[in-house]
Design a protein around this ligand. Structure first.
Ligand SMILES: Cc1ncc(COP(=O)(O)O)c(C=O)c1O
Length: 372
């Protein structure tokens, strides 16, 4: 297409469509020589039995996947003690988050979220022409229930809570969430992407509160981020609204097979979860000794405030030069932090070795080493 044609296409767009120009474009995937600790994956292989189920599914690759994900929804309903009408399955929990925005928001509506929170919600709100109200709390380990019951949050069409929260890793008591569910007549979306690394979860609330939608994913605790399996649990009427607008065949046969197999073999992941908890503690202690302040985490990542004198972006860049990728957020209050996913022991050793090296070079005033 020539440039004039392109300009004609772009200038024909409505104001709302043009707003999307501000969305960031994706970066190419780094090669395997990088230690990737920036997007909270779980870098362990699938248990053999789960792997075999994927291979068997590939033998039927010429068939469309089962419609409405029925077997997977039934398997999840059995595993989590619900009926299949309480369950939607999706191509990762981010697909389900997107459906929630589309099903419950119109342009001009607002949605409330804890701040700092999962930044993907900003994109979803923008796509829907909705306003995202970011509610700050002075106490990260409890929920500011009152703030959600007062304007402006009380007028939001739904309230988003991630527990454990991303990017902080903090966990609020399930009793606080129950208190909000009981007092609010708004939809509460409880995103439990990291809950398998936490001491408790909100599953028992699903049958008690019809204003709750609870989200889970197999991307973090079940090492399947690339397979894309997520679930939503809630009142059949809320779940039905989401199923009505879901793309037919949004999941594929491998996702179905792995999802069903993981659900049947969740115990096979206990060692994986134990490893992450152990490494989380070890890296917290090591970073603290290097002058970082690490927010106590209940997830598979750490939010670490860097030692004084440099900011988070500077640390992220220095680590990247050593082929270690961590996350940085320019948001107010997070400028001095990096977020580090918990990976294998060798990955975390590489991260700590690079961090020690950079600390030392900042201390003596030489430029940090580069492995690029
Ligand atoms: C809080 C939270 N919710 C949802 C997701 C999306 O997970 P997925 O789409 O891989 O299921 C993420 C991913 O990082 C997350 O941090």
């Amino acid at each position: 297409m020539s440039d004039t044609k392109l300009q004609a296409v772009l200038s024909s767009l409505s104001q709302a469509a043009r707003q999307l120009d501000v969305l960031p474009s994706g970066r190419p995937a780094p090669d395997a020589s990088y230690v990737k600790l920036n997007t909270n994956e779980n870098p362990f292989p699938l248990p053999t039995i789960v792997w075999q189920s994927a291979i068997a599914a590939l033998e039927r690759q010429y068939l469309y996947p089962e419609s409405d994900n029925i077997s997977l929804r039934e398997a999840a309903a059995d595993a989590y003690g619900l009926s299949k009408d309480h369950v939607i399955a999706g191509n990762g929990s981010s697909e389900l988050l997107g459906l929630i925005y589309r099903a419950f928001l119109a342009p001009g509506d607002s949605v409330a979220m804890m701040s700092p929170g999962f930044s993907f919600n900003r994109k979803l709100a923008l796509l829907q022409g909705a306003q995202l109200l970011e509610i700050e709390s002075s106490e990260p380990h409890s929920l500011p229930v009152e703030q959600f019951l007062l304007a402006p949050a009380k007028d939001a069409k739904f309230i988003l809570l991630a527990n454990p929260n991303n990017p902080t890793g903090t966990f609020v008591p399930v009793a606080d969430i129950e208190c909000l569910l009981a007092q609010s007549d708004r939809l509460i979306v409880l995103d439990e992407a990291y809950v398998d690394f936490a001491p408790d979860n909100g599953l028992r609330l699903v049958n008690r509160y019809s204003n709750l939608l609870l989200l889970r994913t197999f991307s973090k605790s079940y090492a399947a981020a690339g397979i894309r399996v997520g679930f939503g649990f809630g009142h059949p009427e809320l779940i039905g609204r989401l199923r009505n607008i879901q793309n037919v065949f949004s999941m594929n046969v491998v996702g179905h097979a792995i999802g069903i197999s993981v659900l049947a073999h969740r115990a096979a992941y206990e060692e994986n979860h134990g490893h992450i908890r152990h490494e989380r503690q070890r890296v917290t202690i090591a970073l603290s000794k290097l002058g970082f302040y690490v927010t106590p985490s209940h997830a598979n990542f750490l939010l670490a405030r860097v030692p004084e004198g440099r900011d988070g972006r500077c640390w992220q860049a220095a680590l990247e030069k050593q082929k270690i990728l961590v996350a940085f957020f320019p948001d107010k209050g997070l400028e001095n932090c990096i977020r580090v996913s918990i990976g294998t022991r060798p990955q975390m050793d590489a991260f700590l070795a690079a961090t020690r090296d950079i600390s030392e070079s900042f201390r003596v005033g030489r430029s940090p080493a580069s492995r690029l």
